[in-house]
Design a protein around this ligand. Structure first.
Ligand code: GTP
Ligand code: SPV
Ligand code: MN
Length: 600
């Protein structure tokens, strides 16, 4: 591989010296290379080739059951001053952490190949894009990075002799003794470290081969490290989908939405509107980088090139565009395997196949009483295969953002949707965003936690400072055009536990109202929470929904919100004086409005 980038060459040599791989391989990103690596992983028993007649060029992979999701308790932000990392991160001293890690990395690639993956987050050459280089001993990582980012020779060319890049070091932490047979999913389950050094900036990941722990362009770079760069440089790195919305008259806007992990970003990003004449197109499903252009317009790119989507629940009914995207050239991790060489997961079809191989490589039948696919099973698939990919999805200039949505899983209290009258109140709403936990992170599922801007596990610095950064955005350029801010909740439940709102394609009805608000037409009414859709303003034509359910979805639960206020105060208190005074004031004002509504 041809590069004269001295910093890169020196770093690769240092890592090789430390990790002692058998060989070093520079990835060029070609199709031929990909085929070769996939065949090698197949021979090693890591990849299982799916029937090419059903899903060409696609593979199933089963991870070690001890390595199935992001590990937030093993994720660290290492800064000289602990205050920088904030209470939202596990802090470690950078010198001590590097010391600990160097001991673990010593000789950790013995018997393996060190792959060098130059990658671009964002269209190569875009002013919003950034370059990283991942060094890894996992073929799985190489093949997934090739789908999720732009990798190889073109990136090295863009990097040039003295271009800047983020160092991303990864090892599964499982060296092989001479002659030792490898396992299908090597990892070091008891020694996982997902470490970030924003001051370098660099990422040192050890022990896990799964998702955001190992595909370092994603959460580690594009969110944790990028958020610290964005703060310094005056832009935004967010856990948001980006979608284009065209009304029946042909007018188009773009919206971004921050929902926590496994709370509906991919589904909304690829939504198939049920409202006649409306069109939705996908720019990205997970990460959004936004910068002001010369006219004060916030423009967004999707730094990724693929989707690492939650498989269970994905079906022709819930997300037909995702199903059509992964028809080929895809990796399926921890999905179940059908006897005829395809994949299956819970709710892909109404009735499960009679016989499967589960993600634990065990025989499975519908009577087994366990899940065939892991709840955090994922597909990795190229964005360009998405039938509703937006024509501008690779525009280096990005797309203009007119609205930002916050949301999460809230079975009670939070209405279907409402709008913040100001950017400051919108920032406040993001700062008190809460959602039930999901299988996307190791730990318990269904626990309500505050997850501001869906960034709790991904903000690489003190979240109080992150809120201040949000508040500072309108003042950063003359004539800043800030997006409108909305809060949505697809996950309201009735007292008897059913979904009050049908969700998925029907969410287009809420998007229509948001579109109309952006245009200055949609009808809203003031409430203690902000601007609620006026009665009838959400188009329910053709939707079979009880009037009572609709009323419940759009009512302000004053008592419920008042009950939450002490919890919100406790959430803020964790950040101490890092919480901007303007947000404390918004909280006091909200409480006062709720109390007034209660006595009215
Ligand atoms: P990450 O990739 O982890 O960041 O997740 P995500 O935010 O992209 O979530 P995704 O769209 O994959 O949705 C996760 C789960 O939420 C799936 O099981 C979906 O079926 C479910 N879901 C998504 N949208 C809706 C909705 O509108 N209503 C309901 N009830 N469930 C939904
Ligand atoms: C998430 O957990 O938000 C994901 C999956 O998008 S992972 O890449 O593993 O972080
Ligand atoms: Mn995500």
């Amino acid at each position: 591989m041809k590069t004269n980038n001295q910093r890169l060459l020196k770093w690769v040599a240092e890592v090789a010296e430390l990790c002692q791989p058998d060989q070093i391989y520079w990835c060029d990103g070609s199709a031929e290379e990909n085929e070769r690596l996939c065949a090698q992983a197949e021979a090693a028993g890591t990849f299982i080739r799916l029937d090419p007649a059903k899903r060409p060029n696609s593979f199933a992979v089963f991870s070690d059951p001890a390595d199935v999701a992001r590990v937030e308790d093993r994720t660290f932000v290492c800064t000289t001053d602990p205050r920088e990392a904030g209470p939202n991160n596990n802090w470690r001293d950078p010198v001590e952490m590097k010391d600990t890690l160097r001991k673990l990395y010593a000789g950790c690639m013995r018997g393996r190949t060190l792959y060098v993956i130059p990658f671009s987050m964002g269209p190569i050459g875009s002013p919003i894009a950034h370059i990283g280089v991942e060094l890894t001993d996992s073929i799985y990582v190489v093949v997934n990075m090739r789908i999720m980012t732009r990798i190889g020779a073109e990136v090295l060319a863009a990097l040039g002799d003295d271009g800047d890049f983020v160092e991303c070091l990864h090892s599964v932490g499982a060296p092989l003794a001479p002659g030792q047979k490898d396992v299908p999913w090597p990892c070091n389950a008891n020694n996982k470290y997902i470490s970030h050094f924003p001051e370098d900036p660099s990422i040192w990941s050890f022990g896990s081969g799964y998702g955001g722990n190992a595909l370092l362009g994603k959460k580690c770079f594009a969110l944790r490290i990028a958020s610290t760069m964005a703060r310094r440089q005056g832009w935004m790195a967010e856990h948001m989908l980006i979608l284009g919305l065209t009304n029946p008259a042909g007018k188009k806007i773009y919206v971004a939405a921050a929902f926590p992990s496994a709370c509906g970003k991919t589904n909304l990003a690829m939504l198939q509107p049920t409202l006649p004449g409306w069109k939705a197109e996908c720019v990205g499903d997970d990460i959004c980088w936004m910068k002001f252009d010369a006219n004060g317009q916030l423009r967004a790119i999707n730094p990724e090139a693929g989707f690492f989507g939650v498989a269970p629940g994905t079906s022709m009914k819930s997300n037909p565009n995702a199903m059509r995207t992964l028809y080929a050239n895809s990796i399926f991790t921890n999905c179940a395997l059908t006897p005829d060489g395809d994949v299956w997961w819970e709710d892909m079809t109404d009735t499960p196949p009679p016989k499967l191989t589960s993600w634990k490589r065990e025989e499975w039948t519908p009577q087994s009483g366990s899940k065939a696919a892991n709840p955090n099973a994922r597909y990795t698939t190229p964005a360009r295969q998405c039938p509703v990919i937006d024509p501008a999805w690779e525009d280096p200039a990005g797309v203009p953002i007119s609205a930002i949505l916050f949301g999460g899983r809230r079975p009670s209290t939070v209405p279907l949707c409402f709008e913040a009258p100001t950017w400051q109140y919108g920032t406040f709403l993001g700062s008190i965003q809460a959602s039930e936990t999901t299988a996307a992170q190791a730990g318990s599922v269904g626990v309500l936690r505050y997850d501001p801007m869906a960034m709790l596990p991904f903000c690489g610095y003190n979240m109080g400072d992150y809120f201040a950064h949000w508040l500072s955005m309108p003042g950063r350029v003359p004539n800043a055009k800030m997006p409108r801010v909305f809060y949505v909740n697809w996950f309201r439940k009735s007292d008897d536990g059913r979904w009050l709102w049908p969700g998925f394609g029907e969410n287009s009805r809420v998007l229509k109202w948001i579109f109309e608000r952006v245009e200055g037409r949609g009808q809203a009414m003031e409430s203690p929470l902000g601007l609620l859709p006026a009665p009838g303003a959400i188009d329910t034509t053709g939707l079979d929904i009880a009037a009572d359910d609709m009323a419940e979805l759009l009512e302000v639960d004053v008592a419920g919100w008042l009950k939450d206020i002490p919890a919100i105060r406790a959430h803020y208190a964790k950040f101490g004086d890092a919480i901007p005074a303007a947000l404390q004031q918004e909280l006091n004002d909200l409480e006062a409005r709720l109390k007034a509504a209660q006595t009215a």
